[in-house]
Design a protein around this ligand. Sequence first.
Ligand code: F6R
Length: 370
Amino acid sequence: EKGGWDSFMDKEIHEDPEAVRNTLLGRVDLDGRLNLDELHIDENAFKSIDKIIVVACGTASYAGIVAKYAIEHWVRIPVEVELASEFRYRDPILTPRTLVVAISQSGETMDTLMALRHAREQGSKVLAICNTQGSSIPRESDAVLYTHAGPEIAVASTKAFLAQITAAYLLGLYLAQTKGTMYRDEIGNTLEALSQMPEKIQWVLDTQPQTIHDTARRMVDAHSFLFLGRHVGYPIALEGALKLKEIAYTFTEGFAAGELKHGPIALVDEGEPVVVIVPPARGRNILHAKVMSAIEEVQARGAFTIAVAEEGDEDVAQKADVVFWRPECPTLMSPLVDVVPLQLFAMDMAMLKHYDVDKPRNLAKSVTVE
Ligand code: F6R
């Protein structure tokens, strides 16, 4: 079952490129137009959507935050991301023009299921982004966009996360196409960039494991880790932190880099490992400069910095203690590569501690209780 891999998690991380590729498959016409007829929502209903609320738990909710940054930019409608467990208990504002997007790998997460039932009772349409055919969440939704990551066995979610981002991006671009908020060739170029991601992910899998492994050996006794990122690097910091706590039982905290000075910097002490997701130096270089200054601030307090950064970023090469490199790609595509070294790092840390990486203590693959 595991092929030649040490664990399902190992196998599934190596299926990250396929998860993205298969989720794109058959959904883009030869002339670069998106075809999501499979959704069975008519164009006019789509045109009238004026707000999106993503409901999800854990890793799926972080895919939702990534999607929020992209969809608001592309479609110019507000996107809220809400933890499914909080959603129905706070009287959320739902109308027939609200699209609720339930993201779930298993399709059986009770918190998410209860949230979508609540949304439908209030008259909103629900679209599921799900990896499991025929499971409860897509069955109870108005529409479904399947992620084609293939079965995910390891408890910690890996390839499904990449597939969720891919599917949510397709939904965002489809909305942009329907509502006319992006030019046709802009949509085409974005789809083209998306379709190049599997190769870039493969590059990370081919070239970075040695550095990641060496770093894990060096860090195996660390008591805690901080993860920080900005923009789409923020949800990736949250996801990297979750992976490490889940399977290596290390205390981690992920936060937005800008928040450092509002509290978390008090935690930084001599030798504290801090993982920093660095945005591309090109284009959005204001953010790059800000993240670089966060690196300097934590280093000044003795932190050991591990950066995830774009190949050729000299600034990072000089400043960070260790760098996990990613190939060049547009900012909005970077989550799909940046998360990969963090998945591998968490797995290495858990293996070095002799933990069962596929079945971490106290956790179940799908949480079917509220
Ligand atoms: C993290 C993890 C969980 C799930 C969450 C939602 O590695 O596995 O945080 O992401 O329980 O599960 P699904 O996506 O099945 O609804």
